[in-house]
Design a protein around this ligand. Structure first.
Ligand SMILES: [Zn+2]
Ligand SMILES: [Zn+2]
Length: 269
């Protein structure tokens, strides 16, 4: 069985002691055939490409600016990002979007302006996108605003089978439906496994296994049973087991579907 972690932050300092052991030994032994590295602040772009170059058969890079970092982003950085996106292992623009849990540090208008600039960049470079959307409390406006901006500004791409993924899916079927209607996949991680998150599981039951992909978002969001520990891509089979059990399909089938969809999304061989 082969798995892919469609969203990891292995350049995080949490992995400084054992990054190479993880990539050269732990992940292949756990059945991981790829791990997609997210470089989502200007000082992470080159590091993500460096990791992809060091592990060419295992790692590909996604480059962009997270909404949390909107106040740090300057237009002068754009040519560097443009150039790095031409790298053959730069497979998508992300993670980009709207995060309404941090509006005090990163005001809404700045987040929306940045998001539109990142969508223009994806359009120009014909890349799929990795969406990060986080709501404040029970107000789902972040999703409505995100899908409205997408409709207005994102053209999709002709290079891959999907326009993008709504990563770290933590919402209801209503939000899932909006993403699916625009052709997006849903990224499922440890949040799916937490006891209190029935609403996520119920939404995914309606969505079905053929529109999801698996991710860790490590070092954060360790799945149930490993909470409080550092997360890493070798937990993907555990997350997959929760999902397969809940959807009542064989693990093998889930592995096959999610690996196929992740490869199609990022244009991986
Ligand atoms: Zn995220
Ligand atoms: Zn992330």
């Amino acid at each position: 069985m082969q798995f892919i972690d469609s969203h990891a932050h292995l350049n995080d300092p949490a992995f400084d002691q054992d990054r190479d052991r993880l990539l050269s030994d732990t992940l292949p032994r756990a059945g991981l055939c790829a791990s997609i590295e997210i470089g989502c602040s200007p000082n992470e772009w080159q590091e993500a490409i460096d990791l992809a170059e060091k592990y060419p058969s295992l790692v590909a890079a996604v480059l962009g600016v997270h909404p949390e970092y909107a106040p740090l982003y300057k237009k002068e950085y754009l040519p560097r990002l443009q150039a790095l996106l031409k790298h053959p292992q730069a497979v998508a623009v992300g993670e980009i979007g709207l995060d309404y849990t941090c509006l005090e540090e990163s005001p809404k208008q700045g987040q929306q302006n940045l998001f539109v600039q990142m969508l223009d960049l994806a359009n120009e470079n014909q890349k799929p996108i990795v969406l990060h959307v986080r709501r404040a409390g029970e107000d789902f406006a972040a999703y409505d605003d995100c899908f409205a901006l997408l409709k207005e500004h994102f053209k999709g791409n002709t290079q891959t089978d999907f326009p993008g993924v709504l990563h770290c899916f933590c919402a209801r079927y209503e939000e899932a439906k909006q993403a699916l209607d625009q052709g997006f996949l849903l990224g499922i991680n440890g949040c799916f496994t937490y006891k209190k998150n029935d609403y996520i599981r119920e939404a995914i039951k309606k969505v079905g296994a053929d529109k999801i992909i698996l991710e860790t978002d490590c070092p954060y969001l360790s799945p149930q049973g490993k909470r409080g520990q550092r997360n890493d891509p070798s937990n993907i089979p555990l997350i997959a087991t929760y999902v397969a059990d809940y959807l009542n399909i064989p693990l093998e089938q889930l592995a096959q579907l999610t690996t196929k969809n992740t490869k199609a999304l990022y244009g991986l061989p």
